[in-house]
Ligand binder design. Sequence first.
Ligand code: 13P
Length: 250
Amino acid sequence: MRKRIVAGNWKMNNDLAETEVLLQELKKQVIPEKVSVLVAPSFTNLQHAFESLRDHPIAVAAQTMHQSDHGAFTGEVSAAMLKSVGVKTVILGHSERRAYFDEDNALLAEKVTTALRHEMTVIFCIGETLQERKQGHHVEVVTAQLEEGLFHISENHWQHIVLAYEPVWAIGTGETASPEQAQEMHKEIRNIVASSYSESIADKVSILYGGSVKPENAKEIFGQPDVDGGLIGGASLNARSFMEIVSAFL
Ligand code: 13P
């Protein structure tokens, strides 16, 4: 059975006080044992979140990190810095990082290498734009993102990889991929992993869906055989809706 994971990507939302309020609300909820739950606050709130969740099953992830270990990279944060405040998981390749911060597949490959060298778990995001989907290039785009950004890793690194399929046209738009579209792409992604690595690795890797997941649609999406959870944006900013999504597996 693959690991079921629901991660809340808070993006650039919540200052320290708001982070604390949301964490307190989340801590009141019962986390189902069979689901791994993570939240990814902004850099400034990671240490606080980690300490606040110290004896709690919710884990803390970062939203990105730099590929270098240290140096003159004003404004950036390294893997070692994340680990020093308790963060062991990092989201890499989010479409907003790709689109607004010019993170291409080659750069992401470096980030993946660095994160794995620091023994971090990587939630690696892939997904096509609306235009790419309309042109029928979605499988091609996702294949290139995987091949160029991730497939340099060795077989034993796959235990530290989670994939997140996030069609860009579904992020923050209220337009979700249909459960059938999500399943079709997740199956395709698993096949791509199988043909570059092995059936066994493809079968074990958790693939999360992201893009306008809400309590109302989570059950149907998570019910698809190749969907192993979700990467949640907007709905993760509210403890109740986030936990309803987490509970959609039950
Ligand atoms: P929304 O759930 O707000 O569409 O965001 C999805 C996302 O980008 C998660 O990383």
